[in-house]
Write a protein that binds this ligand. Structure first.
Ligand code: NAP
Length: 253
């Protein structure tokens, strides 16, 4: 029987790339995000090209009641999730702490931290019942270091880093692997979201450099989830070659 992988934030960027690579490996998929039409398009592409089964769950991960009711709507054959990829997340704004926008902070905390917790609670309970499973959290280099004006985004990703370690301890006796993949700059819709549709500002982030592609991060995730049962990859930090850390980036002039 095929393994079932649930991916949050599958409508774009890294989550979408992971979905495609999982389908190539014949995993069945539960795709989640808010933008239903994107998920439908991806489902059609995956089922037509890879002959896998795909189930769509459309919810706002910030809303626990939506997460719970969506999860509870899963048909029984989709409940036995083997792998959870906690990928949904965002950054909003780039301001000093005194100039920060409360709404930005709340969106980041409610998505990157609370949303990850809401879905993990539900899926991990099923994994505990079955005494197997694997969870991969998409963290960030911003969860390893902080950078100027990155304050709240960095705090949420540091929380993901801490939760990855804490979950690994809690779930150890239940035979559940917990891993993190923490990327540097990846060219997705991330910067467009961060700067609220300002394409010029978003594009300027990648000016004069070659960032990671979503597929590069998906490759790292595939390595993590295809290890044999006795091997867990705790953490992978994956960077574009032009980026040493959060602040040192080599740009062509
Ligand atoms: P992206 O292209 O903007 O994708 C973000 C995904 O998260 C989308 O599918 C989006 O779906 C989903 N999402 C956001 N808010 C949501 C909500 N409230 N409810 C449900 N789904 C939600 O960005 P990405 O770069 O692929 O980001 C994926 C992950 O990688 C994030 O956790 C991000 O922090 C992390 N990351 C990115 C970078 C980078 O440079 N790109 C670097 C390090 C880490 P909908 O909008 O359809 O809901």
């Amino acid at each position: 029987m095929s393994k079932i992988v649930l991916i949050t934030g599958a409508s774009s960027g890294i989550g979408r790339a992971i979905a495609i690579k999982c389908a190539e490996q014949k995993y069945d998929l539960i795709l989640t995000a808010r933008r239903q039409e994107r998920l439908i398009e991806l489902k059609e592409y995956l089922t037509a090209n890879f002959h896998v089964s795909v189930y769509i769950l459309c919810f706002d991960i910030q809303q626990n009641d939506e997460v719970v009711s969506s999860f509870n709507s899963l048909p029984s054959q989709w409940r036995d999730i083997d792998i959870l990829i906690n990928n949904a997340g965002l950054a909003l704004g780039l301001e000093t702490i005194d100039n920060g926008t409360l709404w930005h902070w709340e969106q980041m905390i409610d998505t990157n931290l609370k949303g990850l917790l809401y879905i993990t609670k539900l899926v991990s309970a099923e994994m505990v019942r079955r005494h197997c499973g694997a969870i991969v959290n998409i963290g960030s280099i911003a969860g390893k270091e902080v950078y100027q004006n990155g304050n709240v985004y960095c705090a949420t990703k540091h929380a993901v880093d801490a939760l990855t370690k804490a979950m690994r301890i809690d779930l150890l006796r239940h035979n559940i692997k917990v891993s993190q993949v923490a990327p540097g700059m990846v060219n997705t819709e991330f910067s467009l979201v961060r700067f609220e549709g300002d394409t010029q500002r978003a594009d300027s982030i990648y000016n004069g450099l070659t960032p990671l592609m979503a597929e590069d991060v998906a490759d790292a995730v595939m390595f993590v989830i295809t290890r044999p049962p006795h091997v867990t990859i705790n953490d992978i930090v994956i960077m574009p070659t032009c980026q040493a850390n959060t602040t040192n980036v080599l740009r062509e002039v």
